[in-house]
Design a protein around this ligand. Structure first.
Ligand SMILES: Cc1ncc(COP(=O)(O)O)c(C=O)c1O
Length: 433
């Protein structure tokens, strides 16, 4: 455990990053991996096992990122590995219907009451894109209401942020997004039901959908305020638009179902990703039959994919969902999260936590929206990240991301994480009793 500071190790990591930067933009295949918001050189992972990742330069790290929440049971869980190996030997892609896809859809519909049909896609971005097109097709309207700080993948309509006025369209958050596309997305602060209501009062007759992360996890972890999600449900009903829960992170994260189901608010469409693929590229959009059957080939809303329902991905997803038959994993994740929170009491950050998901915000009070998150001390998070990394603990390389524990994290791992963080922030390490 710990850093391998041999000359060879140091040269190796520089070498990989240098090579990567020559042939991959920024050296990474997804921007946040670049460490730009925390500084330093990205790690290059060679393999993972349980709670650990092992880097190309010989370091062993306790992984609190878990593929951005895609893993619930840790790395290379033997049941998932075996399922993929078995599927692999039978063929990697058919582009033809398979029994496994049916079993996978049946399993999701069984675990998520209210979900009558589901379509598999390859990424969360695709799931959201499809949900939005479905909402527009179902309502014949164009506008979408989203919440600042919620991330819904990188489709044009979702790469927007709050503009100067709540009642005007959003500002583009990426070059290349047409202004006309951004103008069709309205953005209001998370947890601000009144702001959402004001937009709907003004333009409710043009609104196709309200989309929200039911627990925001892409500005760090920001839970919904009591009544927020139920209020959105009422607003959607009042104005005849669809409510979309983007559960790419929250689906199966806090219980063996969606967060919507756990909190008793039923959206019209649910986007799933990450955990349901067991670490393979698999995502899905699902809802009531009446809406889902608007999708081609039943209905006029087009959506397709060569690798959709890919046999390897679906096999991993099925194995993953079957592991949840032992729902005790959620009690265990919560216990580990609680252990961490208790060990970190008195820390100069506000540890926002739900189950095994957490964010240490260097802020006086728990953030409720993006403005609060941005007011937190992100430079201190960057120092915490660097210190933890040097001590063998891998936190998300951004103050705006959520950390995830897995079922593979042991009590000892948690104690080690807590000691490392305490070390950095100067709280006395707990003495063994
Ligand atoms: C809530 C949410 N929606 C959508 C996405 C996009 O998913 P993907 O990265 O699989 O395209 C993400 C990714 O982090 C996400 O967290």
């Amino acid at each position: 455990m710990g850093i391998d500071s041999t000359r060879e190790g140091v040269e190796m990591v520089n070498d990989w990053f240098e090579r990567a930067q020559r042939v991959i933009p920024g050296g990474v295949n997804s921007p946040v991996r670049s460490f730009r918001s925390v500084g330093g050189t990205p790690v290059f992972v060679k393999r993972g096992e349980g709670s650990r990742i092992f880097t190309e330069d010989g370091r062993e790290l306790i992984d609190c990122c878990q593929s951005w929440g895609a893993l619930l049971f840790g790395h290379a869980h033997p049941v998932i590995v075996e399922a993929v190996q078995e599927a692999l030997a039978q063929g990697t892609s058919f582009g033809v219907a398979t029994a496994r896809e049916v079993e996978f859809a049946e399993m999701l519909c069984c675990l998520i009451p209210g979900m009558e049909q589901v379509r598999a896609v390859n990424s969360g971005t695709e799931a959201v894109m499809t949900a939005i097109r479905l909402a527009r097709g179902a309502t014949g309207r164009n506008l979408i209401l989203k919440f600042d700080g919620c991330y819904h993948g990188h489709s044009d309509a979702m790469l927007v942020k709050a503009g100067s006025g709540l009642l005007s369209g959003a500002e583009r958050s990426s070059a290349g997004v047409p202004a006309a596309t951004a103008a069709d997305t309205m953005v209001v602060p998370y947890n601000d039901l009144a702001a959402g209501e004001a937009v709907l009062q003004d333009r409710g007759d043009q609104m196709a959908a309200i989309i929200v992360e039911p627990v925001a996890a892409n500005m760090g972890l920001v839970p919904p305020q009591p009544g927020f999600l139920a209020g959105l449900r009422s607003l959607a009903d009042q104005h005849g638009c669809l409510l979309i829960f983007d559960e790419v992170i929250t689906g199966f994260r806090f219980g063996p179902t969606t967060y919507g189901n756990l909190c008793g608010v039923e959206p019209d469409l649910t986007c799933l990703g990450k955990i349901i693929g067991g670490g393979l590229p698999l995502a899905a959009v699902g809802g009531r039959r009446a809406v889902m059957e608007l999708l081609a080939p039943c209905g006029p809303v087009y959506q397709a994919g060569t690798l959709s329902g890919n046999p390897l991905a679906v096999s991993a997803g099925l194995a993953m969902l079957r592991l949840l038959a032992d729902a005790s994993v959620y009690a265990q994740l919560d216990a580990r999260g609680a252990q961490l929170a208790s060990a970190l009491q008195g820390a100069p950050f506000c540890l926002q936590r739900m189950g095994g998901a957490f964010t240490p915000f260097f802020a006086g009070v728990a953030p409720q929206n993006l403005a609060d998150v941005k007011a937190s001390n992100t430079a201190r998070y960057a120092r915490l990240f660097q210190h933890a990394l040097a001590q063998g603990v891998y936190l998300p390389p951004s103050p705006f991301e959520t950390a995830f524990l897995s079922a593979a994290h042991s009590e000892d791992d948690i104690a080690r994480i807590a000691d490392t963080l305490k070390d950095c922030i100067g709280i006395a390490k707990q003495q063994p009793s």
